[in-house]
Design a protein. Structure first.
Length: 438
């Protein structure tokens, strides 16, 4: 892990006059198998190694990185960094780093069977499942990662963790206009559940055959976890105090106030077992914790690092980001409804399995739009009556949260191109969602 070089960088930076120093060594080995047209199209493996360096001197702050792990490169990086510090203005918001030492959880999300595994076998089995289900073609990606993270700071913090993860994304196409998309993510191979995920993508694709009709107006919508995680990601981003201070949060000024239906309880929790966002410490070395963001619809607080917590006279939530506090992993509390009961209660609604191109018209109010894809279905009197196409959700995030009427009892862990914050969520029903055409 090049701990000696990390110690060397820390000591040299302090001798050159740095007030605060963070050195983080991150190493990972990743293998990726891409597939298209029901065939493996590319396989690659790569190693990644970075030293991230954070310096603060006279309230001037700088973050940079190093890929060449030699002392001469480290010295050159320090020289450039201190020369640059002379030219920048002091930060009005910086208040220092967390003071250690800390004790950490001994739990590791590490599965030795992922080391050196062959992801092609999983990809081929997923392709075969779709062929058996009479789906025309499949595409997607499988990735496995083994990583290490070592952290050292000038405030008596030393921390180390290692972890593994697997990610499977599959899009099944019954024809060029009819598709289903699902994902499976896990820190342990035996918990991936890729077979069920592949079959579900195929089922959605076949159900979506023959989509011709567009609709518009207000509808009750069943959001699948893949689609709802996208909405929850925007909530997690808005819960960062950095977003609040930047004027980019629809949660600004709403602490202690209602921001959702009492069905909505949302947490940021890096300590969840098998979570893609699992970590025992943040970027300052503070032990991670479960942070309650929304409790039965009431906003409880924002995510902080040490600097922002000092400014607001609260405790850090262990979400550093040295510059911007960020969520680790979101979790919406499950409800009591089975999927069948959720469908049965819909008189006039839409089932949305996935969304993409989520864009905000106004970050501070929460006005946004997003495009449903990969299986969209009209529901009448509890039954799917036909597939739909070319619709858009044009609404407000806070309004969606306040209109959550039912929450499913089965959670899924989602991580995807559109949902970069790992998110555990059940399906939900949201009433009166504004649907337009495109």
């Amino acid at each position: 892990m090049n701990k000696d070089l990390a110690v060397y960088l820390l000591e040299k930076a302090q001798k050159k006059g740095a007030d605060d120093v963070v050195v983080q060594v991150v190493k990972s080995k990743k293998s990726q198998s891409k597939f298209a047209n029901s065939k493996i199209s590319a396989v690659k493996t790569w190693d990644s190694s970075d030293i991230v360096l954070f310096l603060a001197k006279d309230k001037k702050v700088l973050m940079t990185s190093l890929k060449k792990f030699t002392k001469s490169d480290a010295i050159a990086l320090l020289d450039r960094s201190f020369n640059f510090l002379k030219k920048i203005q002091p930060s009005t918001s910086y208040r220092g780093l967390a003071k250690g030492p800390f004790s950490y959880s001994k739990h590791e999300e590490y599965d030795q069977s992922i080391e050196g595994m062959n992801g092609n076998d999983i990809v081929k089995e997923g392709i075969d499942i779709c062929k058996e289900n009479k789906v025309r073609r499949t595409a997607g990606v499988f990735e496995d990662t083994v990583g290490e993270n070592y952290l050292l700071t000038s405030n008596n913090v030393e921390a180390y963790e290692r972890g593994t993860s697997v990610y499977y994304s599959v899009r099944a196409l019954a024809d060029k206009n009819s598709s289903g998309h699902t994902v499976a993510v896990s820190r342990n191979l035996n918990k991936l559940g890729f077979r069920d995920v592949a079959k579900r993508a195929c089922d959605i694709a076949k159900q979506s055959l023959g989509a011709k009709k567009r609709v518009s107006g207000k509808f009750d919508v069943i959001f699948e976890p893949l689609a709802w995680a996208n909405v929850l990601n925007t909530v997690g981003e808005s819960a960062s105090i950095f977003s609040v201070e930047a004027g980019l949060s629809f949660l600004e000024g709403k602490e202690g106030k209602e921001v959702g239906n009492d069905n909505v309880t949302l947490m940021d929790d890096a300590t969840m077992k098998n979570s893609f966002g699992y970590s025992i410490f943040d970027s300052e070395g503070v032990p991670t914790q479960n942070n309650l963001l929304i409790d039965k619809g009431i906003l409880k607080g924002f995510l902080h690092n040490t600097s922002s917590a000092e400014r607001y006279n609260v405790k850090t939530t262990a979400n550093a980001g040295l510059i911007s506090p960020d969520p680790h992993a979101l979790m919406m509390k499950e409800g009591k409804y089975s999927k069948d009961k959720m469908f049965a209660g819909i008189k006039n609604g839409i089932w949305i399995t996935n969304v993409w191109y989520t864009r905000f018209q106004n970050y501070s109010t929460g006005d946004f739009s997003t495009i449903p894809r990969d299986g969209i279905f009209l529901i009448e009197n509890g039954k799917i009556v036909r597939p739909l196409k070319e619709i858009r959700i044009t609404d407000n995030v806070l309004q969606l949260l306040k209109n959550v009427t039912q929450v499913g009892k089965d959670q899924e862990q989602i991580y995807s191109w559109e949902s970069g914050i790992p998110t555990f969520t059940p399906p939900v029903i949201v009433k009166d969602v504004n649907i337009t055409t495109h």
